[in-house]
Design a protein around this ligand. Structure first.
Ligand code: HEM
Length: 326
């Protein structure tokens, strides 16, 4: 049986009152009552103190509104759309370079660089949302990415933490992994941020929701697997067997390299991939901020299933969403 804090306080208080009435017959009733009352008071006080500190680390309400609005913005026809995929890529480019997830891709206008080509529209949109909702830009980028992933059917819930420090200082150029790089170079870029070869193989799986416009110009607009609107493992299987509409050179090399190919093969299982992707992505979205006391707003992320096929949503999600609507 679970008790709420208020019923616990009530039980404690009534228990103490009962104890007081038994004490009535004793000659030192006043002293006993004082002790009991002060002990109830201090219990109540402690509980309120704890509630207050719990409240301080509670997600600000605005994020629930943002979660609903982003679900609206990122789901089209029950699938994740172009803005959702761009938002997933945006957090990668903000976090992997410079001081980490600090909003500088928007605030220092890094999005205008050729290494960030294709991110201009989403950068402006996410920057405007941060202003409109009066929240941090780095937080808005990370929250949009988590919302983007959840907007794809099958997409896992990744942590949506807030409280990052924003920065207007541009990251050095040349730190964004290039599709033309060798696997050795890519591995060293990821290792510099604390990621293993397996982490890297799991993280590029985000290309399950990707289209490309500039890497292979003759196939501009084509997706990196046949189902860019859903979070499935076809990116892995189709990169391996060459049946994807288009594949990045880097993804093909990662799928074949001795250091990453076993993981790449293994991630054709959705469960194996999710188990590796979620912690790696949680690490990605806190680069440069892990020492900070971040607040958990994950429950404000709305999944693609909401309002479309709510019955198919996991029970925990449905309970959480019902709670949020109260
Ligand atoms: C080896 C590392 C990676 C390389 C070399 C790479 C490279 C690329 C390239 C070249 C594109 C297409 C850009 C264009 O031509 O329009 C792309 C798209 C994308 N990437 Fe990556 N990427 C890497 C890792 C990641 C990671 C770790 C994530 C996220 C966790 C990610 C998320 C995306 C998404 C969602 C898109 C699609 C964007 C859209 O459709 O607008 N990528 N990536």
């Amino acid at each position: 049986m679970r008790l709420s804090q208020s019923s616990l306080v009530f039980l404690l208080a009534t228990g103490a009152v009962q104890a007081l009435s038994f004490d009535n017959i004793s000659s030192n009733i006043r002293r006993g009552a004082d002790v009991a009352v002060s002990s109830v008071k201090s219990t109540v006080h402690n509980l309120f103190d704890r509630q207050a500190s719990a409240r301080k680390s509670t997600c600000p309400k605005i994020w629930s509104q943002i979660g609903s609005d982003l679900r609206q913005a990122f789901v089209s026809g029950g699938q994740c759309n172009d803005d959702a995929r761009a938002a997933i890529r945006l957090v990668f480019h903000d976090c992997i370079s410079g001081a980490g997830c600090d909003g500088s891709i928007i605030l220092a206008k890094e999005y205008l660089r050729s290494e960030n080509r294709g991110l201009e529209d989403i950068a402006v949109k996410v920057g405007n949302w941060a202003q409109q909702y009066n929240v941090g830009t780095a937080d808005m980028i990370a929250f949009a990415a988590a919302s983007g992933i959840s907007a794809c059917p099958g997409g896992p819930k990744i942590n949506a933490l807030v409280g990052r420090q924003d920065s207007y200082t541009p990251a050095p150029e040349g730190q964004i992994p290039s599709p033309k790089s060798s696997v050795t170079k890519l591995l060293s870029q990821f290792a510099a941020r604390g990621f293993s070869a397996t982490d890297m193989a799991a993280l590029v799986g985000a290309h399950t929701a990707a289209k490309q416009f500039f890497a292979v110009p003759q196939k501009a607009g084509q997706p990196l697997d046949s189902t860019p609107g859903t979070w499935d493992t076809k990116f892995y299987s189709q990169t391996l067997d060459g049946s994807a509409p288009v594949s990045l050179d880097s993804d093909v090399k990662i799928s074949r390299d001795d250091r990453t190919s076993a993981a790449f093969q293994r991630f054709q299982s959705q469960a194996a991939w999710a188990a590796a992707f979620v912690p790696a992505m949680n690490q990605m979205t806190t680069i440069g901020n892990s020492g900070q006391s971040l607040v958990d707003c994950t429950s404000s992320i709305k999944s693609a299933s909401r309002g479309v096929a709510i019955r198919a949503a996991p029970l925990a999600d449905r309970v959480r969403e019902a709670e949020e609507q109260k």
